[in-house]
Write a protein of this length. Structure first.
Length: 267
């Protein structure tokens, strides 16, 4: 067979391959266009979910009730977005694995988005310096949702405690103040003790910081400071608000001039 004849026989094969590739590319482009359109609609829905807010100006029980109600609304709406993204990835992932991967990347951020939302919601009711977005004034349920399940829980007659590595929250309800009356229901902690590295308070305080650095970060946020009675135990009253009407007890324990324990407590 001559070279020209071989070329003539190859040309139809090449043409067929070209048509197949063109068909695949055309189909792929069509799938990508549809995927992007559906994803854009879901992301618009996510924007609306992110606009869900707790009403302003509430305090006490009214604020707690609003947080519980609105947090459920936000979490349920996030779950719907998550389900739609999962379905989107599964549907278009059959045509191209990168679609599924893209949808999964968006889904990964949804849980943290809800946690960040909850941190912002509980911030107005926290007393004293917060730690990792929670603190005194939070409900136990809120602490567990934000920080995750504690490594140890205690719930006895007069004590509720959540223990994390180097961070303990507790509520002592039986201080002899009830005089034999039934104890009130457990609401949330009345103290926390931070001793572990890896935690940061709302003011940026971390275990291991020198005393001078801690006091600089607390500058303008303390109503009182006693570092002379016992240099290793510094007593403070924390209140960053302008009128200083909500001072809260804090104790800073020092070891070799560095912070080794921070206590925030009602009592």
């Amino acid at each position: 067979m001559t070279g020209s004849n071989r070329r003539l026989r190859i040309l139809p094969v090449l043409a067929a391959v070209f048509l197949i590739l063109l068909s695949v590319l055309t189909t792929g482009c069509g799938e990508e266009e549809k995927y992007n359109k559906e994803k854009a609609a879901i992301l618009e829905e996510l924007k609306l979910v992110q606009q869900i807010k707790v009403p302003e100006g509430l305090q006490g029980e009214a604020l707690d009730e609003a947080i519980v109600k609105t947090a459920k609304q936000h979490k349920d709406a996030m779950a719907k977005v998550n389900d739609k993204l999962q379905k989107l990835g599964d549907t278009y992932g059959k045509a191209d694995a990168r679609f599924k991967k893209d949808a999964e990347e968006i889904r990964k951020s949804l849980q943290q988005d809800h946690i960040n939302w909850l941190k912002a919601a509980v911030a107005p009711k926290i007393k004293g310096d917060s730690v990792m977005g929670v603190g005194i004034g939070c409900r136990w349920e809120e602490i567990e949702e934000i920080l995750g399940e504690p490594i140890e829980k205690k719930n006895t007659g007069g004590l509720t405690e959540f223990k994390y590595p180097g961070l303990v929250f507790n509520e002592i309800r039986d201080r002899g103040e009830n005089d034999g009356k039934p104890l009130p229901p457990s609401y949330g902690p009345d103290a926390y003790y931070m001793t572990g590295t890896g935690y940061t308070t709302g003011c940026g305080i971390q275990i291991g910081m020198p005393k001078a650095q801690v006091l600089e970060l607390y500058k303008g946020k303390l109503t009182s400071l006693d570092d002379r009675t016992d240099p290793k135990f510094i007593l403070m009253k924390y209140d960053p608000t302008p009128d200083h009407r909500h001072a809260y007890n804090q104790i800073m324990q020092l070891t070799d001039g560095k912070l080794s324990r921070l206590i925030v407590a009602k009592h």
